[in-house]
Design a protein around this ligand. Structure first.
Ligand code: AMP
Length: 281
């Protein structure tokens, strides 16, 4: 496994694989089983695997959140080596942003309007900005993204289509802890008591899924799970709703044709957690 820190080195090494299928897994590091699952999927379908580890400053709407984001490069590299990754690209900020700030940026439209987009101004613009740079550098055949960040995944799918990237975006399922909490680098910030209460997101989504029926009003469905939130006083709900899984628009009535997906976000202490689940009608 080769660890690469500069754009010129990356270009040099990848030029020796111009006829190979490259599978790419972009990450911000502090790797867990969710990330490693993406790597495993990539390993099955491609000859060369590139993983990037880059905490991208432009997607953080809160500078403090950027500062405290867990950075564990040595551990991450050990894990990637054990998963037969060929190249790890872990550039410095100046390498990715030779001009700071970029004078040309992206503006995510409709898909970025709801859910996290409504609470994290500029976040998805920053995600697309860094993904565009990474895709241009790595030029993968396939790129792997987790359903854990469903809105991000949909935006990247749309981005690739709109800008004619010849890259297949592969959706990978959310990997969870035993009690259902979706794995996330941010879970590290939780105190033991907060960690216990963090299962509220999964519990709410599971209950919604259990009660969901074709033709039902979303308002009525949500009213049924609201009492559950009272059992978790450390949790401050930011949003809870159901999205059309293609347009991401909030829907009012559950219909199979919308492939409805329940979306939830909130804070436990200072840590913001998100999760989502496809509803089986
Ligand atoms: P991040 O390092 O948080 O930017 O995530 C990098 C990639 O890993 C993104 O495509 C995420 O959606 C994906 N990912 C993060 N957590 C999980 C998880 N628990 N299950 C599946 N994919 C995940």
């Amino acid at each position: 496994m080769k660890v690469i820190r500069t754009v010129s080195e990356l270009r040099y090494f990848l030029s020796t694989h111009s006829n190979s299928a490259i599978g790419f897994v972009p990450t911000m590091g502090n790797l867990h089983a969710g990330h490693l699952n993406l790597v495993q999927w990539a390993r099955k379908e491609n000859e060369i695997i590139v993983v990037s580890i880059f905490v991208n400053p432009t997607q953080f709407d809160d500078p403090h959140d950027f500062q405290i984001y867990p950075r564990t490069l040595e551990e991450d590299l050990h894990q990637l080596e054990a998963h037969y990754v060929n190249y790890v690209f872990c550039p410095r900020v100046e390498e990715m942003y030779p001009i700071w700030p970029d004078s040309i940026t992206f503006q995510v439209g409709e898909l970025g309007r709801y859910w996290c987009g409504a609470y994290r101004p500029g976040h998805f613009n920053g995600v697309v900005q860094v993904v565009a740079k990474l895709f241009n550098l790595v030029q993968p055949r396939r790129a792997y993204f987790g359903e854990k960040d469903f809105q991000q995944l949909r935006i990247i799918e749309e981005f690739v289509k709109a800008y004619h990237y010849q890259i297949e975006i592969v959706r990978c399922p959310t990997i969870r802890e035993e009690d259902g909490l979706a794995m996330s680098s941010r879970n590290r910030h939780l105190t033991p008591e907060e960690r216990k209460q963090a299962i509220v997101l999964y519990r709410v989504l599971s209950k919604l899924n259990e009660y969901a029926k074709e033709g039902m009003q979303v308002k009525q469905l949500i009213a049924q799970v609201m009492p559950l939130l009272e059992e978790y006083p450390l949790f401050r709900l930011q949003y809870l709703g159901v999205a059309d899984s293609f347009t991401l628009r909030p829907i009012e009535i559950l219909r199979k044709k919308n492939q409805p997906r329940a979306m939830i976000a909130g804070f436990i202490g200072k840590t913001r957690l998100i999760d989502n689940m496809s509803l089986n009608l």
